[in-house]
Design a protein around this ligand. Structure first.
Ligand code: CTP
Length: 399
């Protein structure tokens, strides 16, 4: 919801990555933002203004002295209206102009005039990016105003060479925009640890015992917490969806590794959301070589893994900053009763209970929120990202 109704100015400068800015515009529009595209004259050599106009359903501004409406001065009205100004791609030339306060076209004039935060997605040849002049320009701009930089990444450049200088992918640019817009949200200044995915317990060098968790719910919570302004630590197992831009990621595999990472992270955290499906048992012995098949049935002996939430509960007295611990209960029967029992046993502030058979691997989830004060809130069947937003809204109240 964070992009809904936001006024975003998307500046496009003259580089080959300008064609990818069309996808940035499209994603922003689909997320409900109102997007005004401002192109530099050089950008129009790479992509037509009509393309952006069609995608955004709004006029595209290029000319410095054009009028948006009879009484509007284009750069003034764009500058005032913007909640965020994104420049993607940003050339070395426009960066140099911005760093020195030049206002020689509609885009540079708008940037000079606006108080809106700036999100920059540089794209240029490696030599231009690594040139100390370019780096000085960026440092100078950062000193002067609120600037967030996404990318550039390493890859194939316009020249055919491979190196640093490729524009960040449109999804990443839009995700970074959400980070910028969410910074002042209800979880501003809070550190939230989220776990996601199913742990894997090795049996031998090539086999693991695991579960059907996709990590979608946990990552959706991390995204929602980030959108609400939290500093997020996402502790996840391999293969979960991409972490939200701006989050700190820790990849783990086993319950033991997740335990260590969680205990480390909660020392400095305000909240823990334990959405991961942690194995309760692991093979007692891990074979050093691949287990060979025989004619006999194979019997595995399993031992308990550490219960992470129980260990956190035991340490609560020494964790004064940790104000909310949220658990998840994946049940297949008596969902609410079992969840209540876990809430008490693991000394949680909130538990999110669901039917594991319906939730695992799905895009939607139907959950019941049970709080330590005894309140029970049954939510309807919703996409996981909407469930996450509601859980995060409850977390904000708890904090
Ligand atoms: N959990 C944990 N450490 C474990 C197992 C689970 O911290 N070793 C957390 C899960 O991340 C979840 C909550 O505990 O937030 C409930 O997990 P679940 O496996 O459903 O509950 P259990 O307490 O293990 O109970 P049971 O297996 O008997 O249903």
């Amino acid at each position: 919801m964070i992009l809904q109704g936001k006024h975003i100015v998307l500046g496009v400068t003259g580089g080959i990555a300008a064609y990818k800015a069309v996808e940035v515009a499209s994603r922003l529009v689909k997320a409900g933002a109102q997007v005004d595209v401002v192109m530099t004259p050089a950008a129009t050599r790479f992509v037509g203004a009509l393309t952006f106009q069609t995608v955004t359903a709004r006029p595209v501004a290029v000319e410095m002295f054009a009028l948006l409406r009879e009484t509007d001065i284009a750069h003034v009205s764009l500058a005032r209206r913007a909640d965020l100004l994104i420049i993607a791609p940003l050339t070395a030339n426009t960066l140099a102009k911005l760093a020195h306060g030049l206002a020689d076209n509609l885009l540079t004039a708008t940037v000079l005039d606006t108080h809106a935060p700036l999100l920059l997605a540089p794209a240029m040849e490696t030599g231009m990016w690594t040139n100390p002049l370019t780096q000085d320009n960026l440092a100078r701009l950062r000193k002067a105003r609120d600037v967030t930089v996404v990318g550039p990444t390493e890859g194939r450049l316009a020249s055919g060479a491979v190196g640093v200088g490729r524009m960040a992918e449109p999804v990443e640019i839009v995700d970074a925009a959400r980070w910028v817009l969410g910074r002042a949200g209800p979880l501003r200044g809070r550190r939230v640890v989220v776990t996601a995915g199913g742990t894997r317990e090795p049996l031998d060098p090539v086999r693991v015992l695991t579960n059907r968790s996709s990590g979608r719910m946990g990552v959706a919570l991390a995204v929602a917490a980030r959108d609400a302004g939290a500093e997020v630590v996402l502790i996840h197992t391999p293969g979960v969806p991409p972490a939200p831009w701006g989050a700190n990621e820790v990849e783990v595999e086993t319950a033991q590794e997740m335990r260590d990472a969680v205990l480390d992270a909660v020392a400095e955290a305000d909240a823990l959301l334990m959405a991961a499906a942690v194995a309760d048992y692991r093979p007692l012995q891990v074979a050093r070589q691949k287990i060979k098949k025989t004619g006999e049935p194979l019997v595995l002996t399993l031992e308990r893994t550490p219960d992470i939430l129980v260990e956190v509960a035991e340490r609560r007295a020494k964790l004064p900053r940790l104000r909310a611990v949220v658990g998840f209960a994946a049940e297949t029967e008596r969902v609410v009763e079992n969840a209540r029992d876990k809430l008490r046993r693991k000394r949680l502030e909130l538990i999110v209970a669901n039917d594991a058979r319906l939730a695992m691997g799905a895009d939607t989830n139907q959950v019941t929120l049970i709080a330590a004060d005894g309140s029970v809130e049954e939510l309807p069947l919703l996409p996981k990202d909407e469930v996450a937003e509601l859980v995060i809204a409850r977390l904000a109240e708890l904090l």
